[in-house]
Design a protein around this ligand. Sequence first.
Ligand SMILES: Nc1ccn([C@@H]2O[C@H](COP(=O)(O)OP(=O)(O)OP(=O)(O)O)[C@@H](O)[C@H]2O)c(=O)n1
Ligand SMILES: C[C@](O)(CO)[C@H](O)COP(=O)(O)O
Length: 226
Amino acid sequence: MSTQFTYTAIVPAAGVGSRMAADRPKQYLTLAGSTVLEQTLMRLLEHPAIGQIIVATAEQDPWFSQLLLARHPRILRVNGGRERADSVLNALQEVETGQVLVHDAARPCLRRADLDAVMTAGLHPQGAILASRVRDTMKRGNGQGAIATSVSRDELWHALTPQCFATASLQQALTEALAAGATITDEASAMEWAGFHPQLVEGRSDNIKITRPEDLALAGFFLQQS
Ligand SMILES: Nc1ccn([C@@H]2O[C@H](COP(=O)(O)OP(=O)(O)OP(=O)(O)O)[C@@H](O)[C@H]2O)c(=O)n1
Ligand SMILES: C[C@](O)(CO)[C@H](O)COP(=O)(O)O
């Protein structure tokens, strides 16, 4: 019996991790006995509705091929691009399923319940993203290190990943938004540019994106809790 997979996963992993200031891109730093990237890939490989996982790495990346998972039959490596959106667009060319999810390599603490929830919501034509409500009082700076104003946190959310969409809709939106010079920092912003209103699926705030040095130990702690 053929296995019907609903989603193809794209994992953007072509960044240099400049804010991490490590000796290698942060996705290759050691975490919980393997690497950040392998932890993230394991979260996705475990899901029965995810078929192929397309990992976008830098063209000259010397680390990926050294990973055991690099030879996994469900994992395909493609070249990333100058920006995260370019890496995602490159990977989208290889997607053969009607639904696609994009999940940052730098987010290894994703929980199965959150993945289930956003994949289900993502089947809606508008698509869906994992997100967490802002908790702190928000300030907008004046560019000179002082407060310009407070920003209402009503309906203010941190966009997380995975972000789940119909493959054709995302590919068209991303292509057209980038061609128009729009600033695209996540898949939802391309879909919004195209007039979609992706659903917000409230997820755990420990689904952190490893960005700065202090985040690695925190991710290790969170992985011990799961
Ligand atoms: N051209 C790029 C830039 C980023 N990413 C990926 O997008 C995810 C989120 O990006 P970010 O956290 O900004 O990673 P970096 O760009 O590596 O970090 P920095 O901005 O600190 O350099 C990461 O998994 C990163 O590898 C990518 O695939 N291609
Ligand atoms: C996609 C993302 O993780 C959602 O918050 C975020 O936009 C990535 O941004 P970065 O500048 O590439 O870290």
